[in-house]
Design a protein around this ligand. Structure first.
Ligand SMILES: CC(C)(COP(=O)(O)OP(=O)(O)OC[C@H]1O[C@@H](n2cnc3c(N)ncnc32)[C@H](O)[C@@H]1OP(=O)(O)O)[C@@H](O)C(=O)NCCC(=O)NCCS
Length: 210
């Protein structure tokens, strides 16, 4: 077993120290993440939450989580549909949460060749760094896997996501106009009107070169 310690400095100036033990087989890590201010960090600093890879035992709560947040476990992106609870991903758990508490954050992704697509990213504890840390974890794994690009689609109503990703160096690379018409045929739960009372029409593609 090898041990590594990474320090990730995000655009927001937060410094995250990520310790992980790499297990015998590829792409299976245990993570713990500390989010603090700009200062240097030590092992004794308060740990707000931990991040761990999803295991097959997680599928039930992941299915419920996706159902609640996205209307179904079925995730549609660029004309492809995925069962989100079967995808690889990471869960964020508050360190002071009761043992039976549902994780506070979830990210799922899919690697194909040199591309890694983020299919879902959700945080139930806004502003603590969970979303950023989950994103950084996928970045680490994608790089380890030889990916050259992270990408995702969000929808035209999701101003918060567009802000979130662009503040983290992601670039808008395409607007797939009216893509939601086809997506709705695959997933009828997609509403006609989305966040901010904006009609849900387009898929906006963003990418981050690795
Ligand atoms: C986008 C999302 C994952 C961010 O998660 P998060 O855990 O809040 O992320 P972080 O804490 O790392 O960063 C949040 C950013 O929003 C700000 N923020 C958001 N809500 C906040 C709150 N209630 N209090 C303080 N800051 C807040 C943070 O300051 C930070 O801004 P920055 O870009 O200036 O650094 C989360 O808002 C979410 O789950 N959204 C709904 C699902 C979604 O749209 N997912 C993306 C679809 S592709």
């Amino acid at each position: 077993m090898t041990h590594k310690l990474l320090r990730i400095i995000t655009d927001s100036g937060k410094v995250k120290q990520v310790g992980y033990n790499r297990r015998a087989h590829e792409r299976n890590f245990t993570f713990s993440t500390t989010c603090q201010g700009q200062s240097t960090m030590s092992e004794t600093e308060e740990r707000l939450f931990s991040i761990r890879p999803l295991e097959s035992e997680d599928r039930n709560w992941v299915a419920h989580f996706l159902d609640k947040n996205w209307g179904s476990t079925k995730i549609v992106s660029r004309g492809q549909s995925y069962y989100g609870h079967l995808l690889p991903g990471f869960a964020a758990e508050m360190n002071d949460a009761p043992e039976d508490a549902q994780p506070a954050g979830l990210i799922t992704y899919n690697i194909e060749g040199k591309d890694c697509e983020i299919l879902t990213l959700d945080s139930n504890q806004a502003g603590l760094g969970i979303g950023s840390a989950l994103l950084d974890m996928v970045k680490v794994v994608a790089k380890e896997d030889g990916c050259k690009r992270l990408w995702l689609v969000t929808t035209n109503d999701n101003m918060e996501a567009l802000r979130f990703y662009q503040r983290r160096d992601w670039e808008l690379v395409a607007i797939h106009r009216n893509a939601l018409i086809a997506a709705r045929k695959m997933k009828p739960q997609i509403p006609l009107v989305g966040k901010n009372e904006i009609p849900l029409r387009d898929e906006i593609e963003l990418e981050l070169k690795l």
